[in-house]
Design a protein around this ligand. Structure first.
Ligand SMILES: C[S@@+](CC[C@H](N)C(=O)[O-])C[C@H]1O[C@@H](n2cnc3c(N)ncnc32)[C@H](O)[C@@H]1O
Length: 466
């Protein structure tokens, strides 16, 4: 099998990135946007030993579950992978992916519950991240192509809220009317790198990420934004680094409020531009309720909420518990968590600690263990999963209950393999265990469709000490 070869084949399985899999000779061919059961024509883009990465040319026999994608740049933009699959089948596929990852990566056979749907299949995102680039001719605003930093231009995005279209048009007009430069990654030159927007209730928090210190003619931008949006704040964020991280450290307020207050579950809290927020409000609420239920704290329980973000979940967890500790690395999010606890009368029940979990959790859990506390732990790490030191500390302190929330089935499966004794580290190498007496067993695995139309899935796992 060689590059540019074309084949006709039947899709017999689905890959972890939701691609169709066709087996030809000894090759496993990954074909994005092909569905199981379809007969397709495809072209080979790249081969390794016996894997071929391919491009779909034509669907010869479409599957019954195939639907028309809503987006005009679907397949070019890297944001969505499943718009061509009927929604109820997206949910089934996500359940299957979680189950497959647990089995293949973690060595765990477990009945995964059906994925909980999002009420909104489209227009669900409360956060927009638009890369802005100079392509040699002019400004491009849109989304990155898959696995690349090439911007695919677009006027709108159907998984975003309807205000996305206005944000794109305002920035296009502002850039073309003022001639403000846009970022050229190859030269680390040009000013505007990204536009990041968050919706908090009826307000927008708009951040222009710039490769510099000031945004020229910002009054023009403010005027254009005022014509479209009733309530918004405008910030610049200084990022002069040449890496892939979107935000730099420093935010400067140009217009509107420095932060917004919102209320959920009867808890009032402050949102700052840099605090982490789940992107789908309705699914997030369901997930948070289920985390609190799974922890089921009583007045003796001390909860450690590791990777706690802006502290909403920590506050919720503290309500029935003796105390809840949040551990979070971003200082502004920790500050927001402290204000949240104070303003909701929870200061004596919540302690937010600003530190890396790999340093703080082992210390905290050992101290609580020495005090004979009844400990439960919530883990909600970023995509790369938990640091080995965090899992080691849990395995040695053995809290009664661990609830793991994850946005990556792959790293979730690895970490669950370690917590349930199916896997262990030999130096830096992950190995399958034989003959161990595990500390934890899995009680429940529940996926949530936080990100419809994409390959991503959020999962809650509750574990109990054996
Ligand atoms: C998936 S978010 C979860 C946030 C929060 N639980 C929520 O639902 O809003 C992961 C959080 O972990 C934080 N984080 C990343 N690496 C960390 C580390 N090594 N130690 C502590 N926090 C970290 C991020 O800043 C982010 O707020």
């Amino acid at each position: 099998m060689r590059k540019n070869d074309e084949f006709i084949g039947n899709v017999s399985a689905v890959g972890s990135n939701m691609e169709g899999i066709v087996r030809i000779d000894n090759y496993v061919c990954f074909v994005p946007f092909a569905l199981i059961g379809e007969k397709i024509k495809f072209k080979v883009l790249k081969t390794t030993k016996n894997i071929a990465f391919c491009k779909l040319i034509e669907v010869l026999t479409p599957a019954e579950q195939r639907v028309r994608p809503r987006c005009c740049v679907y397949g070019k933009c890297g944001g969505c992978q499943l718009q061509h699959l009927r929604y109820k089948d997206q949910l089934k596929q996500k359940t299957q992916t979680v189950s497959d990852c647990l089995r293949k990566i973690g060595g765990i056979e477990f009945d995964v519950l059906p994925t909980i749907k999002s009420d909104n299949e489209y227009e669900y995102r409360n956060k927009l991240q638009l890369p802005v680039r100079f392509d040699g001719n002019g400004a491009l605003i849109g989304f990155f192509a898959n696995n690349s930093h090439r911007v695919v231009e677009t006027e709108d995005c159907p998984i975003q809220k309807p205000w996305c279209k206005d944000v794109i048009s305002v920035f296009k007009e502002y850039i073309s009317s003022t001639g403000v430069s846009c970022y050229d990654e190859s030269k680390n030159a040009g000013l505007i790198r990204h536009v990041v927007v968050r919706q908090i209730d009826n307000s927008l928090m708009i951040t222009v990420v710039i490769n510099g210190k000031t945004l020229p003619k910002s009054e023009v931008l403010i005027e254009k934004l005022s014509l479209k949006f009733k309530k918004f704040s405008l910030f610049t964020n200084e990022n002069e680094n040449s890496n892939n991280v979107i935000l730099g450290e420093k935010f400067n307020l140009l217009f509107g409020e420095q932060y917004y207050y919102t209320e959920e579950f009867g808890i009032k809290y402050k949102v700052v531009p840099e605090s982490f927020m789940q992107v789908n409000n309705q699914v997030k609420r369901k997930l948070y309720q289920d985390v609190v239920r799974a922890i089921n704290a009583d007045s003796e329980t001390v909860v450690i909420d590791a990777y706690s973000g802006a502290g909403l979940m920590t506050a919720l967890l503290s309500q029935n518990a003796k105390k809840a500790y949040g551990i979070e690395i971003i200082k502004q999010a920790v500050d927001a968590g402290n204000v949240l606890a104070k303003e909701n009368g929870l200061s004596d029940k919540v302690e937010n600690i600003c530190a890396p979990c790999e340093e703080e959790l082992p210390r905290l859990i050992a101290r609580l263990r020495a005090e004979n506390a009844k400990i439960s732990v919530v883990l909600d790490p970023p995509r790369k999963g938990c640091d080995k030191l965090v899992l080691d500390a849990i395995l040695s302190a053995k809290p009664d209950k661990v609830v793991y929330v994850s946005c990556s089935p792959q790293t979730l499966a690895r970490d669950l393999g370690l917590l349930t004794g199916k896997l262990y580290y030999d130096g830096n190498e992950l190995k399958k265990s034989v003959d161990v007496s595990p500390v934890y067993e899995i009680e429940k695995v529940q996926p949530y469709d936080m990100f419809p139309q994409t390959k991503h899935v959020e999962t809650l796992v509750s574990l109990v000490k054996i």
